[in-house]
Design a protein around this ligand. Structure first.
Ligand code: HEM
Ligand code: HEM
Length: 177
């Protein structure tokens, strides 16, 4: 019997999923879709604010993933080891997306106009390198998220209640963690 994820981890999973799915979908749509300059500017500044706020949440989430890592679960079957490996790859790719996003900034990072962080790089060739890294890591993250959603659907259709594991509802008899 699987244990559920802790409440903090469930909350952080769904907050992160909302931020990441929004930033991926709106970021790619604005970059390649038919949008006006004002929409592009508006979505760009909301996304920079939102994803910068997300950085400490992500750090907290990664700490929980590392602290609650269950070596017994990883060793119990090759499928569980593979799932943990894919989850780790998702974390590393999100870290790459966040680092390259900050490094590619060509102006001060404004978090909803309240906090201002100076642009870290000045050299245009390094900024260009970070921009390429951001686009590529976003593409890899999109593939991993698609794989993740297929895996969740496959488990659910095979009768394994993985969504229940990632929900606030506790099965009867299980202690709250
Ligand atoms: C959850 C993390 C993030 C996701 C999923 C994400 C996603 C994306 C995507 C899909 C694009 C369009 C790429 C393209 O041109 O093909 C983009 C562009 C961009 N991202 Fe990110 N990003 C994230 C974090 C950040 C952070 C932390 C920053 C900076 C503080 C940032 C700054 C930018 C900038 C400046 C652009 C260029 C276009 C624009 O101004 O909107 N991103 N991002
Ligand atoms: C609507 C979309 C999503 C659904 C339905 C969903 C569902 C789930 C479920 C059911 C689990 C538990 C799997 C298990 O039993 O081990 C899980 C875990 C996980 N999901 Fe998602 N997910 C979604 C979006 C995302 C996104 C966008 C990301 C990040 C890019 C993500 C990253 C993870 C990670 C890293 C785990 C491992 C557990 C952890 O470390 O918190 N998920 N997801």
């Amino acid at each position: 019997m699987h244990l559920n994820y802790s409440k903090q981890r469930v909350l952080l999973h769904w907050l992160s999923a909302a931020v990441i799915l929004w930033a991926l979908a709106s970021g790619f749509y604005v970059a390649y879709g038919p949008v006006s300059d004002s929409v592009e500017h508006w979505v760009g500044s909301i996304n920079v604010s939102l994803t910068t706020l997300f950085i400490p949440l992500f750090a907290w989430r990664f700490c929980l993933f590392a602290c609650e890592f269950d070596a017994h679960e990883a060793k119990s079957s090759w499928a569980k080891a593979l799932a943990l490996l894919v989850h780790l790859m998702i974390y590393l790719t999100i870290a790459a997306v966040l680092v390259t996003g900050v490094l590619m900034m060509k102006k001060t990072i404004s978090v909803f106009g309240l906090v201002h962080i100076p642009q870290p790089l000045q050299d245009p060739s390094l900024i260009e390198w970070a921009t390429m890294g951001h686009i590529q890591s976003c593409a890899v993250l999109s593939l991993l998220v698609a794989l993740h959603l297929c895996a969740v659907a496959w488990h659910e259709f095979s009768g394994r209640r993985v969504l229940q594991r990632m929900s606030f509802a506790r099965p009867a008899g299980e202690m709250n963690r």
